[in-house]
Design a protein around this ligand. Structure first.
Ligand code: HEC
Length: 113
């Protein structure tokens, strides 16, 4: 099952036109790294219930290049949200590319409402 999911993600990434990125993102690797994101950017729903119901931007289905740019902006201080800054500070370029590839390829984007 996990392997099948990985193959599907890989296929989706292969079918999507390549994004010009410095580091090549690997969605399967990104899935593994997304455990620390899931508490807030939970898929589906993209809301966290702790400590109060709190809206968190949807990142599943965003363009990989957009996600990488946002993470870099948190890391370099262009974006100032404290929790995301703390998280992005610990991510390498490769981590960002992998996470972006994973979230960009996740199928939650426009699920039936
Ligand atoms: C503690 C909760 C929390 C965790 C954990 C978290 N995020 Fe976030 N994230 C947020 C919040 C809140 C925002 C909105 C911040 C803002 O207003 O700039 C955000 C914003 C973002 C954005 C920008 C979205 C946009 O459309 O502007 C990206 C991309 C993102 N997070 C990726 C990640 C990734 C990847 C991880 C895991 C490595 C992660 N986040 C972990 C809470 C979290």
């Amino acid at each position: 099952m996990i392997r099948l999911t990985a193959i599907c993600l890989g296929l989706a990434a292969a079918l999507a036109p390549g994004f010009a990125q410095a580091a090549e993102g690997n969605p399967a690797a990104g899935k593994g790294k997304s455990a620390m994101c899931a508490g807030c950017h939970g898929i589906p729903g993209y809301k966290t219930a702790f400590p109060v119901t709190y809206s968190v931007p949807k990142i599943g289905g965003q363009h990989a290049a957009y996600i990488v740019k946002a993470l870099q902006a948190y890391k370099n201080g262009d974006r100032t949200h404290p929790s995301m800054r703390a998280i992005a500070a610990g991510l390498t370029d490769q981590d960002m590319a992998d996470l972006a590839a994973y979230y960009a390829s996740s199928a939650v984007q426009t699920a039936a409402k």
